[in-house]
Ligand binder design. Sequence first.
Ligand SMILES: *[C@@H]1O[C@H](CO)[C@@H](O)[C@H](O)[C@H]1NC(C)=O
Ligand SMILES: *[C@@H]1O[C@H](CO)[C@@H](O)[C@H](O)[C@H]1NC(C)=O
Ligand SMILES: *[C@@H]1O[C@H](CO)[C@@H](O)[C@H](O)[C@H]1NC(C)=O
Ligand SMILES: *[C@@H]1O[C@H](CO)[C@@H](O)[C@H](O)[C@H]1NC(C)=O
Ligand SMILES: *[C@@H]1O[C@H](CO)[C@@H](O)[C@H](O)[C@H]1NC(C)=O
Ligand SMILES: *[C@@H]1O[C@H](CO)[C@@H](O)[C@H](O)[C@H]1NC(C)=O
Ligand SMILES: *[C@@H]1O[C@H](CO)[C@@H](O)[C@H](O)[C@H]1NC(C)=O
Ligand SMILES: *[C@@H]1O[C@H](CO)[C@@H](O)[C@H](O)[C@H]1NC(C)=O
Length: 804
Amino acid sequence: MKFILTVTSFILYILFVSSLVVSIAADTSSISQSQSLSFGRTIVSPNGVFELGFFNLGNPNKSYLGIWFKNIPSQNIVWVANGGNPINDSFALLSLNSSGHLVLTHNNTVVWSTSSLIETQNPVAKLLDSGNLVIRDENEVNQEAYLWQSFDYPSNTGLSGMKIGWYLKRNLSIHLTAWKSDDDPTPGDFTWGIILHPYPEIYLMKGTKKYYRVGPWNGSPGLINSIYYHEFVSDEEELSFTWNLKNASFLSKVVVNQTTQERPRYVWSETESWMLYSTRPEDYCDHYGVCGANAYCSSTASPICECLKGYTPKSPEKWKSMDRTQGCVLKHPLSCKYDGFAQVDGLKVPDTKRTHVDQTLDIEKCRSKCLNECSCMAYTNYNISGAGSGCIMWFGDLLDIKLYSVAESGRRLHIRLPPSELESIKSKKNSKIIIGTSVAAALGVVLAICFIHRRNIADKSKTKKSNDRQLQDVDVPLFDLLTITAATDNFLLNNKIGEGGFGPVYKGKLEGGQEIAVKRLSSRSGQGITEFITEVKLIAKLQHRNLVKLLGCCIKGQEELLVYEYVVNGSLNSFIFDQTKSKLLDWPRRFNIILGIARGLLYLHQDSRLRIIHRDLKASNVLLDEKLNPKISDFGMARAFGGDQTEGNTNRVVGTYGYMAPEYAFDGNFSIKSDVFSFGILLLEIVCGIKNKSLCHENQTLNLVGYAWALWKEQNALQLIDSGIKDSCVIPEVLRCIHVSLLCVQQYPEDRPTMTSVIQMLGSEMDMVEPKEPGFFPRRILKEGNLKEMTSNDELTISLFSGR
Ligand SMILES: *[C@@H]1O[C@H](CO)[C@@H](O)[C@H](O)[C@H]1NC(C)=O
Ligand SMILES: *[C@@H]1O[C@H](CO)[C@@H](O)[C@H](O)[C@H]1NC(C)=O
Ligand SMILES: *[C@@H]1O[C@H](CO)[C@@H](O)[C@H](O)[C@H]1NC(C)=O
Ligand SMILES: *[C@@H]1O[C@H](CO)[C@@H](O)[C@H](O)[C@H]1NC(C)=O
Ligand SMILES: *[C@@H]1O[C@H](CO)[C@@H](O)[C@H](O)[C@H]1NC(C)=O
Ligand SMILES: *[C@@H]1O[C@H](CO)[C@@H](O)[C@H](O)[C@H]1NC(C)=O
Ligand SMILES: *[C@@H]1O[C@H](CO)[C@@H](O)[C@H](O)[C@H]1NC(C)=O
Ligand SMILES: *[C@@H]1O[C@H](CO)[C@@H](O)[C@H](O)[C@H]1NC(C)=O
């Protein structure tokens, strides 16, 4: 176990900062022939973004020539010429000699020089606003014909527009190399670049050892993202990967960091320092080959390593003691042409070192080619998008496979299996196929199948019955009124912890010590008591860790009470909108809360037998337990009260202003999609720390949704992030949340996703559609609007179970 916890070293990050552009005279941005630069002098790029000169990291005996962000005070160095070869300040000189080489000398000895391929008569060296130091021929018309550029010889930092990869003809690799330490730019042993396997891949290497692998590019344009986009070039000259910022008013960098740390740190400040965008490796499974050969790693599973189907640990004892170095081997020998393949989805496909790529084959031909070559162990298509898009085949052991928790994040792999393994797959499949076609089959066959089929049903219904009986056995208790009055000190005002849409809530303690929350229903609908109890009993059977548990109810005379488990930390409402308490919810916690609410809601919509529409989802109806896990409360209330159908139209609008979908608020139409709308609002509130109904921008009459929509359209969604979570947030996750929330609050219900796809989108890097205009309504329209009735109080925050 120790082994797992200590291996978290690493290393790559992308940072953002708003740029501070200062215009300065352009002629200080270049060095021409016979000019030189000595200690204390610098040149600055035309718009003042970057500066080139000498610097030291505290020791003047160790100076370096380098480039840095001019207006950023710390962690600003992006390039170093003489990293491993420091010099004394006072004797350093940089000059451009007549054959077009930049030469760094120290007391007349050459310390470093550029290696232009072609010599020229009229060289000029220029520092560009991209951070690239280039040498070009002044007479050359093409401004981009460089004789040399610093972007081809990076230090530990990548910049937008810089290539990582290979100039194949020149046999030149462009890769980032970590510094030995923060104050020593000597090249360390971590590098980030492309390895030229038959199917090239981007690697983080530690020395000559593979440390982390991104996984081969799948041919799709990658993560759609409002901040940057990738470019891949693959031809006979060049194989490279570039990332480019979409909005040039941001500054960003990728740094390969040598240090080992337990958790990546995130830094943010509007202007002066960096905000962490993302780090790699992402999880334990990203560490190269953790599970050994022919096994896969799944960070959400336990144990995290598992042999591939058809394989078994080579040394079961070592495997059990968590030593996976020996990996897995086939259980049964292969038989070549009688073998088959098992399809697995959602993988980081194996290391491509021993692969063969044929771009002319389609997937069917790929399969038969792999089958015919007895040592081909797996295959898949080269290009995930596009039909008939190539073939990649693996030979030998399959290494470094990761199973993503959401299949969309990964790729499909077809793994070779011996006939004996296929039998077991086939027999399972066959039975299914036969049942599927039995209807059309001859009578005799149908009978035979029916027999099996019937027996299956009989077995199932037996277990179902016993389940039902069990449920009845543990039926919701009907509490005695005396028990409840004793538990709550006769509804003592001091014990009141909230006021919900359906009445006040009291904290209480049962005789055994169990803490409860009692909701005292204010008025009864026209419904009869028996129906009410039936309804409550049904609701009490809904059990999910993200729902507050209803323990039972109590009805006596006028008194109608619902008894819930007591949830220690009160409502989400009291956290996110509170200056001090909101700090307790850093981004990982908030993300966990968002996922929990989504899961709870999905259960109500789909997984429970009742199909409940909550109709009043909001921050005050989400409670947090002792571990700050969310629990949805007040579900099923509309149902218990009105015996409403689960979908349709109602005259009794239950809900809260700011969270209600327009079709529900105006027309009383509700559906699971109106809950999705409320979820979208809640999601946005959690990210922004602002109530939807409060005006969040002084000059505008927009609510939060309107404001978010406006920022989204100008690709400025980062501004929405609650300042309290800027230190801890993981930008791609936050952006995904904002994207999902905007999809949820789209005006037309049919455009909104279901909770199933919401959870998929939140949990993966899958591509998402652009949101359409949200169904937000400004306050003014609501006031004039024809809201029929609002049982849930609008202005007062309804803080059921809030407080302590
Ligand atoms: C710089 O070098 C000189 C001479 O070798 C030495 O006396 C001085 O202590 C050094 N300074 C630092 C900060 O190491
Ligand atoms: C660097 O230069 C300073 C001043 O000229 C001198 O005092 C110092 O000894 C030099 N250090 C080294 C390591 O040469
Ligand atoms: C310029 O510097 C390069 C690299 O040090 C050297 O090879 C070349 O001979 C120099 N050219 C002249 C004219 O000094
Ligand atoms: C500079 O170089 C000259 C000649 O190589 C040498 O005599 C002198 O000591 C050097 N000065 C320093 C400070 O290194
Ligand atoms: C490419 O360069 C490397 C060293 O950087 C060398 O080992 C290798 O042989 C070179 N390959 C070719 C084809 O020149
Ligand atoms: C590397 O990470 C450490 C620890 O988080 C940090 O202090 C340091 O500044 C980082 N180095 C670079 C060059 O970013
Ligand atoms: C992959 O497929 C896409 C879409 O069909 C296409 O644009 C791209 O060129 C393909 N890439 C390769 C390497 O075949
Ligand atoms: C880029 O970001 C700036 C500041 O965040 C914003 O004002 C500007 O509108 C954005 N530009 C584009 C083209 O989205």
